[in-house]
Write a protein that binds this ligand. Structure first.
Ligand code: DC
Length: 231
């Protein structure tokens, strides 16, 4: 008999802890974790390397679209850490800079880019259970996901967490710049024409402004128990 697989979709605003929750769930449930944001970041890094942006950071969409057939993005787990592989190169460390954060919304608003990413993401879920986080996972990529979580937190709290994270990684920036970037990405992600960030009608909302990662995980696991195991 075929083993029943299940998909958990986590969407939400920038820097609200989606990947932390997705990683925790993947570990607890022993399923695959896919960070779809890392895929858009990896492509943005590639576009930057291949001069798809001019000196004013304006994106040449045509040039970017031409690079799409050359791109493959994958994830591997090494020493219990998830690594983002772009054409077999580990780009995990390269895609988290503020520079990539500034350029990524522009790249992810291109319809042909989204088509390609959605195709890759659906392929990753073939015959396996997985948890994927992003902006359009419950609305577009997996509209039939077994569980959809919409994660949110107050802007200031998200910026504080992100600022701390960047400092810990040795990336120099100031708090206002991080807050501005979060606000700008939220605006672009929510208002773009294709696959804008929005809560799926059947998603469960978790506001983690006042929650510890452990409390957040406990809430999500309750939802998993209710939704995934009842089907
Ligand atoms: O989750 P993140 O901050 O690493 O995502 C980076 C950017 O990628 C984000 O600003 C919007 C875009 N993105 C998207 O458009 N759709 C997704 N499913 C995931 C990310």
């Amino acid at each position: 008999m075929e083993k029943k697989t299940f998909v958990i979709a986590i969407d939400g605003h920038s820097s609200c802890g989606k990947s932390t929750l997705a990683r925790q769930l993947a570990e607890k449930l022993d399923i695959v974790y896919v960070d779809s944001g890392a895929m858009y970041r990896a492509l943005t890094w590639y576009a930057q390397q291949h001069r798809c942006f001019d000196e004013k950071d304006t994106l040449n969409r045509q040039k970017l679209i031409q690079t799409l057939p050359d791109i493959n993005i994958d994830f591997i787990k090494k020493n219990n850490e998830h690594h983002t592989m772009l054409n077999n190169q580990d780009v995990s460390g390269l895609i988290r800079s503020m520079e990539i954060s500034k350029l990524v919304s522009e790249v992810s608003a291109v319809p042909k880019v989204r088509q390609k990413m959605v195709k890759l993401q659906r392929k990753m879920a073939q015959n396996k259970s997985l948890v994927m986080d992003g902006r359009d996972i419950g609305t577009v990529v997996f509209p039939d996901a077994d569980l959809k979580i919409f994660l949110t937190a107050k802007e200031q709290i998200r910026a504080k967490r992100r600022f701390k994270e960047l400092r810990e990684q040795g990336i120099k920036t100031d708090f206002e710049a991080v807050l501005e970037n979060i606000k700008k990405r939220d605006r672009i992600d929510s208002t773009r024409e294709v696959s804008p960030l929005k809560k799926a009608g059947d998603a469960c909302v978790i506001d983690n402004s006042e929650l510890t990662p452990e409390e957040q995980l406990a809430k999500a696991l309750q939802l998993v128990k209710k939704k995934c195991h009842e089907n």
